[in-house]
Design a binder for this molecule. Structure first.
Ligand code: SF4
Length: 254
């Protein structure tokens, strides 16, 4: 057996600390604790799965504690084909579909395109409510879901960070009377990739396409870099958007 001196041990520890590994391992431990406590208080838990890297990590963490837990995926109808194909390779995932289609939704005069000021018309999160929230809420209600795990992280926006500061990673979502748990709320993008690498998880191949950093709806205009992402995936997508909306709604796009 080889021994190391105290000084060598200190040196190794400080190298580990500066490389961020201790911080990462603490986050994994804390995520596991959040999951364990939430599961202890639940009869019908579910994992909200988007096909993205963050919810993949949560799916893996949760299923390491209970492999039988079902995941729910909202196929909005405007997903990347890579995402749909990938999600269908994962076991025990229920695929939900909205009643309102994206085309129908944005055709309505009062709606316009999701979110972005560049599109000329702005609405809050109505599109997400129609295409994701409503089908998910119906499923939770029909199945008496009392706990939903998500892959939300505060890394994504300042508002999200403030929200987690106020609510914490586990709370009762009073509106629909179930608990929400966000085990990786304090993880960075690097932490997420580190976990995927260390656990050899097969992730959505959409991330391997240069310029694509998110796996969500293919035609979403609700975030700042939407033009670049649309062009990076397929420049023809802009024509599809024009087809959906007419040029007036796409003011500022070209
Ligand atoms: S992510 Fe964008 S396009 Fe998809 S449902 Fe939400 S607002 Fe609509």
């Amino acid at each position: 057996m080889s021994c190391i001196t105290l000084a060598e041990a200190d040196d190794r520890l400080s190298k580990l600390k500066s490389s961020g590994i201790i911080n990462y391992l603490k986050k994994v431990e804390s995520a596991n604790e959040i999951i364990k406590n939430a599961l202890n208080n639940s009869q019908n838990p579910i994992i909200a799965f988007s096909g993205g890297k963050d919810s993949l990590v949560v799916l893996d963490l949760v299923r390491k504690q209970n492999p039988k837990i079902t995941a729910v995926y909202c196929n909005t109808g405007i997903e990347y084909p890579e995402t749909v194909k990938y999600v269908r390779t994962i076991e025990n995932v229920v695929e939900l579909h909205p009643i309102t289609s994206y085309k129908y939704f944005i055709d309505c005069k009062e709606n316009g395109l999701p979110g972005s000021k560049a599109t000329g018309k702005v609405h809050g999160n109505k599109c997400c409510i129609e295409l994701k929230e409503k089908p998910a809420t119906k499923y939770y209600k029909d199945n008496s879901t009392d706990l939903v795990f998500t892959g939300l992280t505060s890394d994504e926006s300042r508002n999200r960070m403030m929200f987690f500061k106020r609510m914490g990673p586990y709370y009762l979502y009073k509106k629909d009377n179930y608990y929400k748990a966000h085990p990786i709320h304090d993880w960075s993008e690097n932490d997420v990739w580190e976990y995927i690498r260390r656990n050899n998880l097969s992730y959505n191949p959409i991330y391997d396409i240069p310029g694509i950093k998110r796996c969500g709806c293919r035609f979403c205009t609700a975030y700042l870099s939407w033009k670049d992402v649309t062009a990076a995936y397929n420049p023809h997508d802009t024509e599809v958007l024009f087809g959906y909306t007419g040029q007036a709604s796409l003011r500022g796009f070209v």
